[in-house]
Design a protein around this ligand. Sequence first.
Ligand SMILES: [Zn+2]
Length: 410
Amino acid sequence: MKRLLVMLLFVLSLVGCGKKEETKEVEEKKPEAIVELENKEVEINEEFINTSGIVKTENCELITTEEKVDTSSLGEKEITIVVKDLNNKEKNYSFKLNVIDTKAPVISGKSVINTTEGNKVNLLNGVSVSDNSKENIKATVDGKYDFNKAGTYKLQYVAKDSSGNESRKDFSLVVKEKPVVKSVEKTNNDNKEKSNSSSSSNTSSSKPINGTSSSLNGTKTSKGYTITVKNGITYINGIMIANKTYPLPKSYAPGGLTSATKNAANEMIAAAKKDGVDLYVASGFRSYDLQNRLWTNRKNKNGIAAADAGTARPGHSEHQTGLAFDMCGSGSGCISSTYHNSKGAKWMAANAYKYGLILRYPNGKQGITGYKYESWHFRYVGKDLASKLYNNGNWITLEEYFGVTSKYSY
Ligand SMILES: [Zn+2]
């Protein structure tokens, strides 16, 4: 029986081989996909984009969309990248992402604490500890002191995270001799210092956490359209609006591109392919939190004006709608001021409207949309509106069509 099975398998494999050879001869063999990935390390809770592990891709199209990887827990995880090779076959590749924690907590608190003999104070009052692990860490006090003995005590706050990263911060406890008269004033001073030392908050941009103010609901645009604000989300004629004037609430998170948007993108990719143009989605949905981190990082590095020039403030990015994406052409650069000269960008500018997509930030409309020309950024609005806005290649923006502005008010 066993032998029979082995024989059968052998025969089958022969048949298989024969077939393979045949097709090889008929079809011209296309070059293999080349995908090089490298393993990466990232600090806990630091931003990591899944495509950052890609060193090189050739002879294939990236299917995986750029998105943030959850880095909130320590340890190694596998990140899979999907590509489509020139034979239209999808293949998975993966690399390892190691989430580490090498950063020590940051302690903030007073550097001098004053009191008087016999007057105990809580040395941990006003002391706070933050850590990249987001753990709740309590500081402790290291060193010897005596509230009943005047003197200056050199002490340290100590904080340690669960990965063993420890930090220390020096402070002095000054215990003054008990004055012969009374010490009411002293106590007052203490309180003042306490309130001054509250750690500086890291508010990023302020406001639009709740989206557009409901007070705009029912108001008319300059073109006579009625603005509808529902749960902080702005709609005009059923079209969701997210720009510098009309933010989305923090809570609005479709989690990915909406299915209509995804279908439109796929239809466009397929049609372009027929014309010999390879396109792929480079960036789709972006959460409020991700946008907040992107913008805040840039603001901290280069200032508000520079951050605003290239990045939407949190709540104001159209990527948060799940209706917009950046579409790139394989092989040519993307998201650059010269991308519009590429084959892919030209094809999209001429054809996107057929799939219900609009070039959202056309050339020369920066004063209206609030954004420079982005030849890669497309927005789904449905075919009817898209062909109106296409306007035979002389794009009309959503702002112009509905009569609304796109300007930050804060
Ligand atoms: Zn974009």
